[in-house]
Write a protein that binds this ligand. Sequence first.
Ligand code: HEC
Ligand code: HEC
Length: 392
Amino acid sequence: MPIKVTLRNPKALGRRLAGVAGVALASTAYWVGAQAPPRPSSGKDIFRFDTFGNETFWTDTLRLHETISKAVDPTTALSVGLKVDADALPPGILKTADLKSPATTVALLKLNAVVGVKGTVVSKDGKDVLTRVGITCALCHSTVDDSVMPGIGRRLDGRPNMTLNPGAIIALSPALDAAKKAVYNSWGPGKYDPRFNHDGKNGPVVIPPAFGLAGVRQATYTGDGDITYWNTYVAVTQMGGQGTFKEPRLGIAVQAKGADLVQPKLRALREYQHSLAKPAPAAGSFDAAAATRGRTLFAGSGKCATCHSGTAFTDEKLHAPAETGMDPAYAARSASKKYRATPLRALWQHPPYFHDGKAANLAAVVDHYDATLELKLSAEQKKDLVEYLKSI
Ligand code: HEC
Ligand code: HEC
C-alpha cells in the first residue's frame, strides 16, 4: 500500500529533481549491473562510494543483505538514522513509493541513494534482488540537509551523522549471537566503538566531524596516528575492507587477502577530507558582543588556549586523562593511552561533546572545565564563554 509522503517543499523538490533527473537516471544504469565500469576515483568518490571490497564482511559474514531485503523498509532505515540522497532520486518517486516495503529500500539502493550504503542489485526473474551490500565512509561522516523531509535531502559531507545508530544496524545481522547484539544495541545514536572488535570492551565514542582537519597532524580522540593511519585503521579493521593494517602497540596485524584495495586510495581520500572546511555558524546564532568577551576569557583566565591553540584550536599534544578530568577508560584501550586536545571546529554543529559525549551541550563543557580546572567563573563569564564557543 503506497503511503503518502508529506514534503516540506514539494515544488522546490520538483524543480531540483527535474534538474538532476538526467544525472540520477544515468547513475541508475550505472549501478544496476554487477560489473561496474571503471570510474575516476576522486577522493570525494572514494569517501562517498568506495567500500574497499568490504562486501565480504557486510554480506558474506554479517549477511545484512538478507535482513535488508526481508525486513528493512525505508521507514525503519530512516529510524536508525540512514539518510537518503535526494539528488539520486528520479522525480516523483517519493510520492508513490511505499515506505513500508523493504522492496523500496532495495530500489533506493539500486539508485545508489542511501548515503554510505552501497548495494548491488540484480534482476532475477523480473524482480530486483539485493545480492551484495557494503558500507562507505559517508555512512558515519556525512548527513543530509533534510530539505525534502527529515532524513532525505542533499549530502553534507564531513558532518557526523548524529542520528545514525551504527550498533543497531550491525545488530540486525542474523549472524551475531545474543551477547554481541546486546552490546551493539547498547550504543545508541551518534556513537560507535571502533575498538570493540579487537578488545571486547564496550565503550562507544561520539562520531566526530570529518571536516576542519586540514593542518591537524594527529587524528582521533587519542591521537594514535595521523589521518592516513586512522583512515587505514577504519577501512581495514572496522569496515572490513580489503587492505593491510598493522599496529604493534595494540597487537593488530591484518594482511590484505588479495590486492590491497585501500592503500592506493589513501592519498586522494586524505586530500578530500582536508578540503572539507568547517561550516560557519548561522547568522544570529550567537551573541557577538558576549562572544568577544568570551574570546578574551578563552585566551586568558579560562586557560582554554593553553591547549586549544592556533587556527585549528589544538596544541597537537596528548594529555593524560586526569589533566582535563576525562574518563580514562577509552584512552586505556588506545595506542597512545592519552587524549588529544580536540581541534575545536564548528562546535555548534555536533553536540554532544568529549569523546564519550558526557557534555550534552556547551554549557556543560564550560561547567566541566570550571570544576576540573578550578576556574571559578561567574555565571556571566560562563555565558560569554559559551557564546564564543558557538562562534568557532
Ligand atoms: C561506523 C561509523 C564510522 C565509519 C563507517 C567511519 N568512521 Fe571515521 N570515525 C568514527 C568514530 C566513532 C570515530 C572516533 C574514533 C576515535 O577518535 O577514537 C571516527 C574518527 C575518524 C577520524 C578522526 C577525526 C578526528 O577528529 O581526528 C577520521 C579522520 C575518520 N574517522 C575518517 C573516516 C574515514 C576516511 C572513513 C572511511 C574509510 C571512516 N572514518 C569511516 C566512525 C566511523
Ligand atoms: C590541559 C589541556 C586542556 C585545556 C586547558 C582545555 N582543554 Fe578542552 N580539551 C582537551 C582535551 C584533551 C579534550 C578531549 C577530551 C575528550 O574528548 O574526552 C578537550 C575537548 C574539548 C571540547 C570537546 C570538543 C568536541 O568536539 O568534543 C571542548 C568544547 C573543549 N575542550 C573546550 C575547552 C574550553 C572551553 C576550555 C577552557 C575552559 C578548554 N577546553 C580547556 C584539553 C584541554
